[in-house]
Design a protein. Sequence first.
Length: 185
Amino acid sequence: MLSSIVGAKRSFAGTTTHAVTRLGPGKIDWRHFGEIQLTSNNPFFEVFEKAKLNPKKYDDINSILWLKLLYNVAINPLSAIIGRPNGALLTEPLRSECLSIFFEAVQVARYEGIMLPENHELETNLLDLISNTSENICSMLQDVKRGNITEIEMLSGEVVRRGEIHGIPTPKNALLLTQVQALQI
């Protein structure tokens, strides 16, 4: 973790639901205005607030980070493989596959002791996220198009590794891991 390198006082846990597409060096297209999710004691909260980046404080940042991982696991690899914006995942059979991948990872998160909403709420939230970011080119697809290494190891790879620890089969995430790794060659 970064905090082990730079120190706990110089790092903090957090994530964002803002969606952007990188157009070039120093240029982005802001596709979805979301929020910045931070620990409740984050010293940078006011900085993000003054910048109007919609910061929110959370006591259980682990659950928030896992939710971000779960949403990314469901969206990014499929979008990268098909080469299309997020919204393509709302059409069948991609919608069903996306949900199947998502709930495979949700099972792993629950075994990790992560507190998550009920499955019906998770499904609604995922589909709303995809709808709200339907025109977004996810970061993994952007990386594939640029010939860069993707975050697949930190997403599907982590789900597969944690699944193995708990004896939970994760064939869908394992397949995505292999397929996206092949795109990086």
